[in-house]
Design a protein around this ligand. Sequence first.
Ligand code: ZN
Length: 278
Amino acid sequence: MWIDTHCHLDAPEFSSSLPSIISAAKEKNVQAILLPAVRAADAQHVKDLASEYSNEIPGLVYTLGIHPLYTNQAQESDIDVLDKAIEASLNDPRFVGVGEIGLDYFVEGLDPRQQEHYFHAQLDLAQKYQLPVVLHVRRSQDAILKALRQRNIPGGIAHAFNGSLQQAEQFIGLGFKLGFGGAATYERALQIRRLLKDLPLDSIVTETDAPDIPPAWLREEGIAFNEPAFLPRIAEQLSKIRGVSHSDFASAAWQNTMQALPRWQSLCASNTTLSQHP
Ligand SMILES: [Zn+2]
């Protein structure tokens, strides 16, 4: 049983083919997927998608937030919109946290002050509701660690992690798990591969970031974009790099995720198929 802790099922790439994307994931035994919202206005849409496909993917969940790359479209009132959407979702078992939020100092043309404003306001919401967060961390590890330390946030996931071992250890110390996916399938990804080997196994979670972060074989095989059905094949490569069996890696990735996002664990515990996971 596989878990994809980061998949943008609401992306335009999937809009015309979502039922078959979901069926393909189910066929590959991907039983749980986290869909992180990227705009305040998308809350209802991601909530609807999670419930619509929950028969096929019983562990389909979502988070609510404003992605750093969308902060240039955001308005001050979006924080209030998000606050109300979070409050209204607290009784929905498929709502598991605040995200995708963070800072991206790599992509050009984004105002860092504006990003920081929305990031800090959303961390304040996570603190207010005591919810874990799903983080987008790109060239911004230290700024994010500093903002986390100024608050009392109950951990979460730093997705597509690509920092140093020392930064990774600081995230782990703050209750975070680190997301690994297609980036590690490239032989030249030495730093990420090294992290996969050196980090404690109980700090690692699996993700596709579909439709983004294509695994190495995608272009060779002429496939246009990443999808959640590719998670087991990505994870197989990750487990080889790590030097653990495929099944031990699957169990660890599942359990680590449930530790980081306790509302997801509650949902799985109430489902007869998912609660049988080792
Ligand atoms: Zn994302």
